[in-house]
Design a protein. Structure first.
Length: 163
């Protein structure tokens, strides 16, 4: 019975884990931890767990090229998480999550600029609508954004380049 809904269950679980991360970071920040302390704890736990689970694959497949490529995309991931976590200090968890998700809109434009991948009219129209929605939900009454929102937008670019 559950195998029929395996995809939906997996998607729901992924959304639950992703969304709860923002709440956890918000609680950690209000508890006195700095953004970089939170990132250190999160990534240390992740590295230990992945190291245990994938030890054989890491040991057998690590190459100079893999380390170089991983370091390059790791820089973008660090930028993304650093700006996201610091931005959370100055904005709400819901705005932080929403603004982080705009990386989905940014990725096709990066593909267009870097790899000359064409954009279709549906992608452009949907991007404009998404940006208008972001403006409606994020801009203050005087059409300004707060510092945390600005940092979170930088974070979205970091995630988009990472992707």
């Amino acid at each position: 019975m559950f195998s029929k809904y395996k995809g939906e269950i997996g998607l729901g679980l992924t959304a639950l884990i992703w969304g709860s991360g923002f709440i956890g970071v918000s609680i950690s920040l209000s508890g006195g931890l700095t953004p970089l302390q939170i990132m250190t704890i999160r990534f240390f736990i992740g590295a230990v767990l992945l190291g245990i689970i994938f030890f054989k694959e890491i040991k057998n497949n690590i190459t100079k090229e893999a380390v170089k490529a991983g370091s390059m995309i790791g820089v973008f991931l660090f930028i993304a998480f650093a700006f996201q976590t610091i931005g959370m200090s100055y904005t709400t968890a819901s705005k932080n999550a929403f603004l982080t998700a705009i990386n989905v809109v940014i990725v096709p434009f990066i593909g267009f600029v870097l790899y000359k991948r064409p954009l279709d009219k549906y992608g452009i129209i949907s991007s404009i609508i998404a940006i208008l929605g972001i403006g409606i939900l994020s801009l203050e009454a005087d059409f300004s954004i707060n510092f945390g929102d600005f940092l979170t937008i930088i974070c979205a670019f970091g995630f988009a380049f990472h992707i």
